[in-house]
Design a protein around this ligand. Structure first.
Ligand SMILES: [Fe+2]
Length: 145
């Protein structure tokens, strides 16, 4: 299979898994920071939801069918399942870990796209790296003592 498509499939699976985890935490977060965290997690999963569609359609644009089952996503993703019973602090640090991990995975996919000369995919992946870096900063600042 096309190496750019393979790299995009991992990004799609990771984004879907992080979307699901972030919505899980939006639903289940508790404690005195409930309202800001509930709202911040909603903004984050809205962004991830939009990205899912763009990545799926980038794969179609390259002429391949797009993966789209929980089986595909769980086989390919690097993101571990969320824990609905985690504390608010654990949720923030878990999401921070995942956004940093996604930054690294996107960096690898970006190199694959550049090596294939695919500037369209490379530039989109760069823009996603920027979003994950910003989200990482916000989560890091949220958990600062
Ligand atoms: Fe909601």
């Amino acid at each position: 299979m096309n190496s750019v498509v393979s790299a995009l499939e991992v990004i799609l699976a990771d984004t879907y898994a992080l979307y699901l985890k972030t919505q899980n935490y939006h639903w289940n977060v508790e404690g005195q920071d409930f309202k800001p965290l509930h709202e911040m997690f909603e903004k984050q999963y809205d962004d991830l939801f939009e990205a899912i569609d763009v990545v799926g359609e980038l794969i179609r644009g390259l002429g391949s069918r797009t993966i789209g089952t929980f089986g595909d996503f769980s086989r390919l993703t690097n993101i571990k399942d969320g824990n609905k019973d985690a504390s608010a602090t654990q949720m923030v640090s878990d999401l921070l870990h995942d956004h940093e991990l996604m930054g690294q995975t996107l960096g690898k996919a970006l190199k694959v796209a550049q090596e294939a000369g695919d500037e369209v995919v490379a530039s989109y992946l760069g823009s996603r790296m920027m979003v994950h870096r910003k989200t990482s900063w916000m989560l890091r600042s949220t958990s600062a003592k």
